[in-house]
Design a protein around this ligand. Structure first.
Ligand code: MN
Length: 258
C-alpha cells in the first residue's frame, strides 16, 4: 500500500478528516481598515452576469470585485516593503511545495480571553516546544486565539477610539519563528497577521515586516483551529495564481487526525 492509497483509506474510514479553516467569503466579510491617510481595500461586491435569464438562459455566474487581502487570505512576501525585492515573492511565483506543510498550533485562547491585546512571546513558543517538540522547518505556525468566535464585524475588528485591539506576535517572536525556526509562515484567526495595535509598534506591523522580509507567508482570518491538534495536521494553503499578486483569498484546508 502506498502512502497515498493509505491516505484515501484513512479519510474514507474517518480516522483522518479534512478541516475547513476558511471563513465564508461574501459582501459581509469584514475587511481591515487603515488610518484615513492610507488607501483602503473595499469589501467584496458581487454583480450577477446572468442567472437563467435573458442574459444567459441556461447559466448563472457573477463578477467579483474585492481586494487581494479579503476574508481568509494569503499574504505573499511582496506584500511588504521588506520582501519586495526577494525572488519568487508573488502569488504566481511561490513554489507550490511551499504551499503545503505541517501545522504547529499554539493555543492562547485563555490568554486572549483575559487580554485582547495579547502578544505571543518567545517564551510562549519555548514552553510550547517543551511540550510538543521543536517547531520544524517549513511548518505553518497557527495562533489559536479563539478570535474567530467573533462572527460579527464590530467585535471581530474590535476598533476603539485608539484603534483596533486584537492579539498577535511580539517582534522578537516573529524573528524567532522566521529566522531561527525557518517556518513557512504564521496563520491567525484575526483580520491580519499583526496585532490590532501594531501600527503603533516600532517598527510598525513587525510581524509583516519580519516574516515577509524573510520570504515567509501569512494566513489571516482562519477559523476552526480548535479542530486541529497541536501537531500532526497538514495545512494546504494555495493562493490564486495572480500574476504579480501580493496575496489572495483562498480556501485553507487541513488534514488532521479525527
Ligand atoms: Mn493580508
Amino acid at each position: 500500500m502506498t502512502i497515498l492509497t493509505q491516505l484515501v483509506d484513512e479519510l474514507n474510514a474517518g480516522s483522518l478528516k479534512i478541516v475547513d479553516l476558511t471563513q465564508p467569503l461574501g459582501p459581509d466579510t469584514p475587511v481591515i481598515g487603515l488610518p484615513p491617510q492610507f488607501g483602503q481595500s473595499p469589501g467584496l461586491t458581487m454583480e450577477v452576469v446572468s442567472c437563467f435569464d435573458d442574459k444567459g438562459p441556461a447559466w448563472y455566474w457573477n463578477v467579483l470585485h474585492l481586494g487581494e487581502h479579503t476574508g481568509t487570505h494569503f499574504d505573499a512576501p511582496v506584500h511588504w516593503i521588506t520582501g519586495k525585492n526577494l525572488p519568487d515573492n508573488t502569488c504566481d511565483r511561490i513554489p507550490v511545495k511551499r504551499l503545503v506543510g505541517p501545522a504547529c498550533v499554539i493555543d492562547v485562547t485563555r490568554q486572549v480571553a483575559a487580554n485582547e491585546d495579547f502578544l505571543l512571546m518567545p517564551d510562549d513558543v519555548l514552553a510550547w516546544e517543551k511540550q510538543h517538540g521543536r517547531i520544524p522547518r517549513d511548518s505553518w505556525v497557527l495562533l489559536r486565539s479563539g478570535w474567530s468566535a467573533r462572527t460579527d464585524e464590530t467585535s471581530f475588528l474590535n476598533v476603539r477610539d485608539d484603534g483596533p485591539h486584537s492579539p498577535g506576535f511580539h517582534k522578537t517572536t516573529s524573528e524567532l519563528l522566521a529566522r531561527d525556526r525557518d517556518i513557512l509562515g504564521v496563520g491567525v484567526e484575526t483580520v491580519g497577521t499583526d496585532a490590532g495595535q501594531a501600527g503603533m509598534f516600532d517598527p510598525p506591523f513587525p510581524n509583516h515586516s519580519t516574516m515577509h522580509g524573510a520570504g515567509k507567508f501569512g494566513l489571516a482570518s482562519l477559523r476552526n483551529l480548535d479542530q486541529l491538534p497541536p501537531t500532526g495536521a497538514i495545512v494546504i494553503a494555495a493562493p490564486l495564481k495572480i500574476v504579480g499578486g501580493s496575496g489572495s483569498p483562498l480556501r485553507v484546508l487541513a488534514i488532521a487526525p479525527s
